[in-house]
Design a protein around this ligand. Sequence first.
Ligand code: PEP
Ligand code: MG
Length: 755
Amino acid sequence: MRAPLAGPRVLLRRLREIMAEPISAQVRLDKIVMQIAANMVAEVCSAYVLRSDGVLELYASEGLKREAVHNVTLKVGQGLVGLIAADARPLNLPDAQSHGAFAYLPETGEEIYHSFLGVPILRAGRALGVLVVQNRAHRTYTDEELEALQTIAMVLAEMIAAGDLEGLSRTGAPLDIARPVTIPGKGFCDGVGIGRVVLHEPRVVVTNLIADDTARERDRLTNALTSLRLSVDDMLARGDVAQGGEHREVLEAYRMFAHDRGWVRRMEEAIVTGLTAEAAVERVQNDTRARLQRQTDPYLSERLHDFDDLANRLLRVLMGRGDGALGKDLPADAIVVARNMGAAELLDYDRTRVRGLVLEDGTPTSHVTIVARALGIPTVGRAENVVQLAENEDAIIVDGETGSVHLRPSADVVFAYNEKVQFRAERQQRYRMLREQPAVTRDGTAVSLSVNAGLLVDLPHLGESGAEGIGLFRTELQFMIASKLPRISEQAALYRSVLDAASGRPVTFRTLDIGGDKVLPYLRVENEENPAMGWRAIRFGLDRPGLFRTQIRALLLAAGGSVLRVMIPMVTDVSEMVEARKLIDRELAHFDKHGHKPPLRILVGAMVEVPALLWQLDALMRISDFVSVGTNDLFQFMTATDRGNLRVANRFDPLSAPFLTALRSVAEAGRAANTPVTLCGEIAGQPLAAMALLGLGYRSLSMAPASVGPVKAMLLALDIPRLEGVLGGLLAHPGLPDGIRAGLRAFAQESDIPV
Ligand code: PEP
Ligand code: MG
């Protein structure tokens, strides 16, 4: 037998009236369950609320014994109600007692009811309680009834989230969704940031749930979908994504979902039940999220993010919010929270107000991380689900040292972190005191420490860190943050400011390294399957010499009268160095002819970041004035692990025999040919790895400015000959159970070397 349904719209209208009545929360809840039971012709309707101790408590019931209310409890996972909360999935059963999870609770008197329909009370994909209807007769509830119950559960979720049910229970409090959470992640940039959440893509909170005019809501949804589809098409047509890459794939997925008939139909059906268009989007998204969260397939759980983003965009359109302009109304202690972002997007924020960055994705060597490090922003990556858990304005602490994020921290955590900040400030003070001290090891070996830079904002760090110079100036960053190709005069002006700021200290300008994860919004290049190994850096420079030559001219203009150091990225074959040098010489001849003041000297160096160069080292050292090892790329290509792919980026350890052996061969070849060798990949800034590099023969390292202090503190305590002995032993027995990293750490510990 099917019970006639008086209609979810009637029920929602009644619900709205109940919500407006000046009555206590308990009376309101009692009235709600009574209305649901009457409307759905159910003999029982019960609301269970999840308490903060993880127990589901019966908060209201029509039909079950009165004394059961606030006395009956179930653990999550226990009984049918517990199962619904655990799985965040509805149960529709004609005969509840024959279900394996059924738990008999004598206090309720429910044994006479056979059919059972229960739905989770969901908010942001999390179950805050369970809403149940029951009938004596064996019956299967219709989809319409199921949807009506899910809709009402949303209203209850808002009541719980707003704290309306606080104080009703005699023994516990409802789960506080604003409770503190600690999210483990990976420290990408050292430092501690205490502040307030700024969601990079702000989420919209829907508070207006119930509507009278269904036709109007449907039109609103249709219009919003049209404008959403147009904006996705627009984004796809834009230059920055037109050439492909991960960003494009995500947008392609958006386009597919935006046209997904099932999605649209489900939202339309939710509107028919009496919801506003925005509430319908959220309802359907709650379901999708609950469904996809249970997926173990990484591809499908990744799609959840896409659906979340898309639903959020749709909500913004519906609620007339723009894309949430960056930097506007930014609090002075902003901690930016994002799934991921491009380097240029981070630079859009007012640096003086950003205290930290939290990313769900990202990798330690991706570009946004490198920029965050350049800006000295404490950063934690791979903080799972943080975008979902955080709300704008929430208090948050980012600990780049331990890689943890504390959302809505308790008072003790805040206190502990204030202490930690104080302690770190003292340590920074000690590093500052090291600034004037020469970087010489205990055995008297001088080491040159330089900084990596790429933007004007980096320049003050040169003096603050006490570095000897700029070992790597990534010129592409200027191009990446510009909206159009920087003119020669603009390029020259930046290079001039860099040389001025360095006041005589050496600066190594790397020519444009575009491609891979470094894309220029205005430069259309072909869609490449594998851009990191594609037409990038010097390959592009030699094939299309216009851009390369303009850059060389800008460098010559800037460096008149001083030494110019130019470094070529992604050299794969020594002949490319010969070609590059020819182009440079040609520009120099042209320059002389026009009577400009030439640089005092031009030194041309190669980056060693493609493994093929390891077998051309003698020739390379002969024709290069210097070389610099780019371990970020060298490691990526030697181990065939994409540096930007978080699933594999950390799979292998750079402090392993094959990689260290390769690095040693470069240092040795440089020494034999008397060609200076530097190392400028991210590992140079990690004290333990930097120690290993000194053991391999490196005497010049270039790193993020904030690493200079810790690396110098390490080397002041280091005795290189002793390390060489230990490292030689570790490399000779690469199969040691704890690995080379552990062996080096033990050496540092027993020698009192801070790493
Ligand atoms: C490297 O590859 O190690 C390097 C320093 O260059 P980038 O990180 O800019 O690719
Ligand atoms: Mg590189």
